[in-house]
Ligand binder design. Sequence first.
Ligand code: OMP
Length: 276
Amino acid sequence: METFGERLHAAVAERGPLCVGIDPHASLLARWGLSDDIAGLEHFARTVVEALADRVAVLKPQSAFFERFGSRGVAVLESTIRQSREAGALVLLDVKRGDIGSTMAAYADAYLSPASTLCADAITVSPYLGVGSLQPAFDSAAAHGGGVFVLALTSNPEGPAVQHAVTSSGKSVAQTVIDEISQVNAGAQPLGSLGLVVGATIGETGHDLSKVNGPLLAPGLGAQGGTPDDLRAVFGESLHNVLPSYSREVLAAGPEIGELRAATDRVLAGVRAALG
Ligand SMILES: O=C(O)c1cc(=O)[nH]c(=O)n1[C@@H]1O[C@H](COP(=O)(O)O)[C@@H](O)[C@H]1O
């Protein structure tokens, strides 16, 4: 069985280093002329999948925007995941889960087990109950060829107060997360299956990402003010493992399929130039 790291490496080589988020904000539904209800959600998600799933490496549905509509929204999320994967995109389901290990195992069953209708290629998780509490998700990912992206240095302005705080070991919280994930990925070829989330907006923070040997998801580009030029300052020598991620910047170009594709081509050209 191929690992997620292998599958992601191949997808990026073939389709380019880009993740597009599927975030059906109420404001975007309105902008597209859609109703803020289950029909609008379904039309929005189906259009994005039709426009992009056969060409971008990774699609990242944001679960919150589907959960807003209850069980019917979750059903749309299920079909969005399934259709995206069938069209060849890897699906990173953005759920940012994190709990004690025994509960984490149930989240892993929900999102990483092929037996689940919500099974994605990878998920986002939060490490603030301790990186070790995420072990059931790491185990499930390893068993099924999936991936897990752990929040390290998030794009929002509130992040540093927690993530830069210094722990009893003398390292920051974020560096502790980075080092624990680096240990698991050590030696994996061409890339480990555990990723980190590092916002494109954070500037130079002095954190050492050089040993991660896994994908570095970089949200915060576009709508949150981050630009491809910011990637060099944030990632330095680790630029080759960066997976830039855009949601609203691309989605605002809809609802025309051609416009969504053109916006995707434009941001991909921008990040390719920056990543070198
Ligand atoms: O894990 C994420 O994807 C994430 C981490 C982070 O630090 N910042 C961040 O914005 N995100 C997500 O990335 C998306 C950003 O959307 P845009 O700002 O519209 O590109 C949202 O779905 C956020 O939930």
